[in-house]
Design a protein. Structure first.
Length: 407
């Protein structure tokens, strides 16, 4: 008997027929003699609908009440999936994050899991039940509901699998694996048989919406293999796991585009020691995640400092800049929303010269202008105009022959 933890995303349970499809898939695993724990997201666009409802009420909702509202989405889907399993004659029970005792810190809307109490889960499994768990949510020390942020159901799944020392952890959604690029944009994108934790983490952070970065970090910490596949077919998916050897790593395994970036330029900042530190500390203290940074030396001992962040954090970043404007004595700031971040990832590039040169040259040959650049050991990212994003992704895919990656 194996313990299998599965996750089904919102698109997999978007309507009653899809819920029945998931129920049948779960029962297949149960019929094979496995213990089944199933983490489920809210149905379809339920979370977006709840956010829209919230916006009709207030522009400044209390974070605790936001979580009180958003946790209802998963409660609907886990109850309906459990009912579907019952209707097929099998034992099952649904548990919210609170009932499961998925414990988190105090931070609402972006809570971090601190512990998973498996007592209730083990009890229900011992009674031969299929256990359906609400993803995306937990409970803090005040017994208040908390949510884990976008993609939090992936994190729930990996945390539960790690706490239970599961034999398999499977993530199902509307994509059938991890591709070398978004197959909706790059026609000949290749599905990867496997990918390392570090490569997957970079792709997840760079806009590949297959797996949440925190889930990858957790899996890496617990050396837990993840199987990524589609809930709509039985096509073989992709395994995310640790590197088995240092040799033979591919230079580039994937390319990703992120259309959610904005570029903020803070103009005519005094060229004094510590000014940049004060600015970015204020942004960090407010929770603004800064990505790329460039400082342009201007005349009269004044600089322009340009940085990028996620468009969802635009209001927060603006609030911080308005607050520190007088103190830091900068003139103004501008926001450019017409940008995209295009990246390549590969564990082998750290030992292979010339990868960056090929990326920049291929852009130049195709008249794609680069505005900013950032690198790490296994990643190179460029900021370009948003209208060029799809073409740039195809250019990189062709340059690094990613359609032949499994050959």
């Amino acid at each position: 008997m194996s313990l299998i933890v599965q996750k089904y995303g919102g698109s997999s349970v978007a309507n009653p027929e899809l819920i029945r499809n998931v129920a049948r898939r779960v029962i297949e695993g149960y019929e094979e003699g496995n213990q089944m724990v199933v983490v489920v997201s809210a149905m379809g666009d339920t979370t977006d609908h709840l956010i829209d409802l919230m916006g009709d009420i207030t522009d400044d909702p209390d974070p605790r009440e936001v979580d009180m509202l958003l946790t209802t989405g998963e409660q609907v889907s886990i109850a309906l999936l459990t009912m579907a399993i019952h209707s097929l004659g099998y034992p099952a029970i649904s548990l919210t994050g609170s009932q499961m005792k998925i414990k988190t810190n105090e931070k609402h809307n972006q809570a971090m899991i601190t512990d998973v109490d498996t007592t209730r889960l083990r009890k229900e499994l011992a009674e031969n039940k299929i256990v359906i768990v609400a993803g995306f949510q937990g409970v803090n020390d005040n017994q208040d509901f908390t949510t884990l942020g976008r993609g939090g159901s992936d994190t729930t799944t990996v945390a539960v699998a790690a706490a239970m020392n599961a034999d398999r952890c499977e993530i199902y959604s509307d994509v059938d694996g991890v591709y070398t690029a978004d197959p909706r944009i790059v026609e000949n994108a290749s599905k990867l048989d496997s990918i390392s934790y570090e490569e997957m983490l970079e792709l997840a952070n760079l806009g590949a919406n297959v797996l949440h970065p925190r889930a990858v970090e957790l899996a890496n910490n617990y050396n837990l293999d993840l199987y990524i596949a589609s809930s709509f077919n039985k096509t073989m998916g992709t395994i995310v796991r640790g590197d088995e050897s240092m040799e033979g790593k591919k230079n580039v395994v994937g390319a990703a585009s992120d259309l959610g970036e904005i570029k903020i330029t803070v103009e005519r900042v005094p060229d004094e020691p510590g000014i940049a530190g004060k600015m970015f500390k204020a942004l960090a203290d407010a929770g603004v995640n800064v990505d790329m940074i460039i400082q342009n030396l201007q005349r009269d001992e004044l600089n322009d400092i340009t940085f990028t962040t996620n468009q969802e954090q635009e209001k927060l970043a603006v609030k911080v800049l308005e607050k520190i404007k007088e103190k830091l004595k900068f003139d103004n700031y501008t926001i450019d929303r017409d940008v995209a971040k295009i990246s390549i990832v590969g564990a082998g590039m750290q030992s292979t010269p010339g990868i960056a040169a090929r990326m920049f040259s291929s852009f130049g040959e195709n008249n794609i202008n680069i505005e900013m650049i950032t690198t790490s050991e296994i990643k190179i990212s460029c900021l370009i105009k948003k209208e060029e994003a799809d073409r740039a992704l195809n250019v990189l895919h062709k340059e690094f022959k990613l359609d032949q990656i499994n050959n």
